[in-house]
Design a binder for this molecule. Sequence first.
Ligand code: SAM
Ligand code: DTB
Ligand code: SF4
Length: 326
Amino acid sequence: MTPLSKEEIKKIYQQPLIELIHQAAEVHRQNFNVKQVQISSLVSIKTGGCPEDCAYCPQSAKYNTEIKVHKLMEPQELKETIDYAKNNGVSRMCLGAAWREVRNNRDFDKVVEMIQMINHEGLEVCATFGMINEEQAKKLAEAGLYAYNHNIDTSEEYYNKIISTRNYQDRLQTLQNVRKAGLTICSGGIIGMGESEDDRIGMLYTLNLLNPHPESVPINTLVAVKGTPLENQPKVSVWELVRMIATTRIVLPQSMVRLSAGRLELSIEAQALCFIAGANSIFAGDKLLTTPNNDINQDKLMFELLGLEPLPSIHQRKARLVESEQ
Ligand code: SAM
Ligand code: DTB
Ligand code: SF4
C-alpha cells in the first residue's frame, strides 16, 4: 500500500467530525465484519522497577508511584488468568513486563514457558517486553508467540519530551526485528500527553510507513497516574478520541484498532461511537497492567446492547477455515 503523506493524513484528520466518522465507518465495513470486536486481556508478569523514564508510566523506577513492584511471575500462576480468559470470550492474552529490554537469562526461559502454556490453550499470545533483538524474537515465535507489542507512542518530534532513556530509532529497530522474526506487530500510542494535533498526525504517519502495516494498533488515552510527570495532564475529550480512532481506521484500513487504556472513563455511548468510527478491539478484565479497567459484566452488557460479538482467536479462525473447506 502506498503510504500517505503527512498532509494527506492531516486532511483526513481535520475533516468535519461527522464526515470523518462516516468515511471511517465505510472503510471499516469494507475491511471487517463490524459486529466482531477482539477481546484481549492483559497480565503484568513483571511489575514496576523499570529503568526507563517514560513520563506516562507508573512502572518507571524514576518516579514515586503507589504501585507494588513484583518480580517475574511463575508460569503456574498464569493458570487462573487463562481460565478467566477462556470463560469470558477473551481470544488474546497480552503479557507485559516492565523491562527496558529482553535479556538472555532464566527469566527468558520462563517467558518461553508462559507463551507455550497460553498457546496450547488455543489463545493468541502477545508480549510486550521492551526492546528485543531478532534472535530473541525468533525464539519467542518458535514458542508460539503470535504478536509483539511495542508502541511508538507519539510523533518522532515529541518523543524526546516524553522519554529520554531511548530514542524513536530504537523503537523502530525493535519493530523491524519483530517483523523479521515473522511475528505480527502491535504498535500504536497515547493521546493526552500534551502533544499537538501535528504530533498525533505524525504518529499515524510513522505507523503508515511500516510495510506491511502493524496488524494491531492500540490507541490509548493517558491514564494520568499520581507520581508520574504527567499526573496533572488535562483529560482529552471524547471527540478528540473519536477523531483519532476514525483517522487511524482510514490511514490503516486493515489493522485492528484497539480502544485501549482510558476506556474506564467512557460511557457506553462514547464507546459505541468509537466502534462506529472503526475501533474493533478492546482490553477486558478489571485491570490493565497496574491501573483499573472496566467491569467485565458491564462490558458483556455493552456487547449485548450494541450487538457485538467477540472475535475468535487466530487458532479458532484457522480451524473454522479448514472446516469450511472440507
Ligand atoms: N516496557 C515495555 C514497553 O515499554 O514497550 C512494555 C510495557 S509498556 C507499559 C506498554 C505501553 O503501555 C506503553 O508503550 C504505553 O503506550 C502504554 N502505557 C503505559 N502507561 C500508560 C498510561 N499511564 N496511560 C496510557 N498508556 C500507557
Ligand atoms: C497498550 O498499548 N496499552 C496496554 C498494552 N499496550 C500493554 C497497556 C496500558 C497500560 C495503562 C497503564 C497501566 O495500567 O499501568
Ligand atoms: Fe518501562 Fe515500558 Fe513503563 Fe517505559 S513504558 S517505563 S519501558 S514499563
